[in-house]
Ligand binder design. Structure first.
Ligand SMILES: *Cc1c(COP(=O)(O)O)cnc(C)c1O
Length: 377
């Protein structure tokens, strides 16, 4: 097959991720590749680590980006923190909690599920019940911002319940980070991983991760090596640590330039500024949707500002609306997943994509796509 240069079509990414990457970040990535052990690169890595400490709100020494997307942060955390036979309580209120439970089994742990329906937040009381019935639980894992449903759970309450039962706590903040507060140290989260392509406005392919001393003790005290070489945190720490760096794998140099620049932008705006902007654009979107007669799928108190789940009105072909938005407006929005497939749309206002222009564009596109199906508000 003869191939020629690929040119992506113009798109506005208002789905569940990836989100639009600002030109500054794309340009950072277009700089010359240098060696991953070059002193200049090593200096940049230190800045990336410090910037990640800023976004995670932590002083943890072990704060580094895994060289693969968010799911790799999930897998790295569980593969290192769970030993064969360990009991892990996984809070499941959407697709990503289910993915965590799957990985727990694959790394030899026993997953105990605490279920809340898709569209509900994790219930700390239900978690406390499960921990009373399973006092030998070593780890509690949960998703802070469930991207499959648009729900925010109370990370601090979950961490408190887990700690009272003597368990470590692991938080998935892939969609949360940069969009809503994540207080790693203040909430006592022992291990946290994130992603770059949601509210950090960076392309996909990296998973920032942070571990506190308690989590590190668990990793160091393992009876055997984790069953993964690539995601073995002890090996990764020898490359990302502050001492003499040893080669583990070739870091994705240019992608790390992108993350560095995305984190520079976030620090220029400030985390508080970013949270406020996400909230304000979310409120404008919700008001505009109400004007179109559309209802949100999630109660206001637990709604994510960066991921808006909207109920599909009766009689509307939801897939056709998404196809229309893509073809006529270049707008990508997300479909429902799992139990919510066909019932909701997921509109992401993530990172730099959370702006007034995108809110207006999305509302305009939706109005037209719905009108094409004879919908009247
Ligand atoms: C997107 C996402 C993931 C997976 O990240 P990938 O980069 O797709 O591997 C995990 N958890 C949550 C909550 C997510 O939104």
């Amino acid at each position: 097959m003869k191939t020629s240069r690929f040119t992506p079509p113009p798109r506005v990414l208002l789905g569940p991720g990836p989100s639009d990457v600002p030109p500054r970040v794309l340009l950072a990535m277009a700089q010359p590749t240098i060696g991953h052990l070059d002193p200049a690169f090593v200096g940049m890595m230190e800045e990336v680590k410090a910037s990640l400490q800023y976004v995670f709100r932590t002083r943890n020494n072990v704060t580094l980006p895994i060289s693969a997307p968010g799911s790799a942060g999930m897998e790295a955390s569980l593969a290192n923190l769970v030993e064969p036979g360990d009991k892990v309580v996984v809070c499941r209120n959407g697709v990503f909690g289910a993915r965590m439970a799957d990985i727990v089994g694959r790394v030899g742990g026993t997953a105990v599920l605490v279920d809340n329906a898709f569209g509900e937040a994790v219930d700390p009381d239900r978690l406390a019940d499960a921990l009373r019935k399973n006092p030998d639980t070593k780890l509690v894992a949960f998703v802070h911002a469930e991207t499959s449903t648009g729900v925010l759970s109370d990370a601090q309450a979950i961490a408190d319940v887990a700690h009272r039962a003597g368990a470590l706590v692991l938080a998935d903040t892939v969609t949360a980070i940069g969009g809503v507060p994540v207080e790693t140290d203040a909430w006592g989260l022992d291990a946290v991983y994130a992603g770059t392509q949601k509210c950090l406005s960076c392309p996909p392919g990296l998973s920032p991760l942070t571990l506190n001393e308690r989590a590190l003790e668990k990793v160091k005290g393992r009876r055997g090596k984790p069953h993964t070489w690539f995601l073995d945190l002890s090996l990764l720490m020898s490359y990302w640590g502050t001492g003499k760096r040893t080669y583990h794998h070739t870091a994705p140099v240019n992608l790390l330039y992108a993350l560095h620049e995305a984190l520079v932008m976030l620090q220029e705006e400030g985390l508080e500024g970013s949270f406020a902007r996400h909230r304000q654009n979310h409120e404008e979107l919700v008001a505009g949707l109400a004007g179109l007669g559309l209802e949100m799928a999630v109660p206001a108190a637990i709604r994510l500002p960066q991921l808006n789940s909207v109920l599909v009105p009766a009689g509307i072909d939801e897939a056709r609306v998404r196809a229309d938005l893509l073809e006529r407006f270049g707008i990508e929005i997300g479909a429902g997943l799992g139990e919510l497939a066909g019932k909701i749309w997921r509109i992401g206002l993530m990172g730099q994509g959370s702006n007034r222009r995108n809110v207006a564009l999305c509302l305009d596109g939706l109005r037209a796509a719905l009108a094409a199906q004879g919908y009247r508000p």
